[in-house]
Design a binder for this molecule. Structure first.
Ligand SMILES: Nc1ncnc2c1ncn2[C@@H]1O[C@H](COP(=O)(O)OP(=O)(O)OP(=O)(O)O)[C@@H](O)[C@H]1O
Ligand SMILES: [Mg+2]
Length: 263
């Protein structure tokens, strides 16, 4: 079972999509580098047994702003799980990188107390179908209320708008889930990964269009408190008119049925 920390003032960003190779670690490391540059020191928690994010951190030069790494995938005998996963008190932004396949229990556990959930999606129809299934699981299994506005998609390695991409857009649109950025297929991401860097730390003239998109992602992430506030206001309003907030699961199911994703 995964255990993730609970703290009210922590921006816990979960990067998640059970489809392998869709860009979870790439996105997680680039967001971490961005927060490191801005400060205070962010933390990155790696739940993937491949340990790609921790390996990226180990390749990182000491000259670059610090990122606190937590190897959550490691089984330790010496320490309790909560000690192993402790996040420094001064950490404001925690980025969680997840493994390629997740049990329903782990999906629920990983997303519990998250402030933002990012789903990177590749443009192929197989990937888009897998992403739609992943979003359906987030809504139905992890019981993420789409009205909480904590869920967003990042289109990754996108070259052209395909039919399946348009279907994904329509699906997300009807659920009110935004596509907050479109990252191009670029060797810049590969080079940055090799060097333990984020794109924001590379020569600006070379990475400008990519960094612009990453900035959009960080802007959306930075808004987490506003999103949360507006949700609790809306929830209070809903309570006043005696609308049952717990009906979120049914509401999600109704939407998903139209796209053949309901269980
Ligand atoms: N926008 C991009 N342009 C070019 N290459 C990319 C891009 N995004 C990711 N990649 C490359 O694609 C490969 C897979 O990316 P990444 O490791 O981030 O995926 P992942 O979802 O974390 O994979 P896994 O499920 O195995 O953990 C890596 O080699 C990475 O450098
Ligand atoms: Mg990965």
């Amino acid at each position: 079972m995964l255990i993730t920390p609970r703290r009210d003032n922590l921006n816990k960003i979960v990067v998640l999509n059970p489809k392998g190779g869709c860009g979870k670690s790439t996105l997680a490391t680039n967001i971490a580098a961005h927060y490191a540059q801005r400060g205070p020191t962010p933390a990155i928690m790696d739940f993937d047994p491949q340990g790609s994010t921790i390996a990226w951190l180990e390749r990182r030069s000491a000259a670059w702003p610090e990122i606190h790494g937590i190897a959550a995938y490691k089984k330790t005998m010496q320490a309790t799980r909560s000690w192993q996963l402790r996040v420094p008190n001064e950490t404001e932004n925690l980025i969680v990188d997840s493994p390629a396949s997740l049990s329903h229990d782990n999906l629920r556990e990983l997303t519990r107390d998250s402030t933002s959930i990012l789903v990177p999606v590749l443009p192929s129809s197989m990937d888009i179908h897998a992403a739609s299934r992943c979003i359906a699981d987030l809504l139905l299994v992890a019981k993420i209320d789409r009205r909480d506005r904590k869920l967003a998609v990042v289109a990754n390695r996108t070259r052209k708008r395909t039919k399946s991409f348009s279907k994904l857009m329509r699906f997300l649109d009807s659920l009110g889930i935004p596509i907050i950025a479109v990252l191009r297929d670029s060797q810049n991401f590969v080079h940055a990964a090799e060097k333990g860097m984020g794109l924001c730390e590379m020569q600006p003239s070379r990475v400008r269009p990519d960094v612009e998109q990453l900035d959009r992602i960080v802007q959306w992430l930075d808004n987490w408190e506003t999103r949360r506030r507006s949700v609790s206001l809306a929830q209070n309003r809903r309570k006043q008119v005696k609308v049952d907030v717990a009906a979120a699961g049914n509401d999600n199911r109704g939407f998903l049925r139209r796209f053949d994703f309901a269980r």
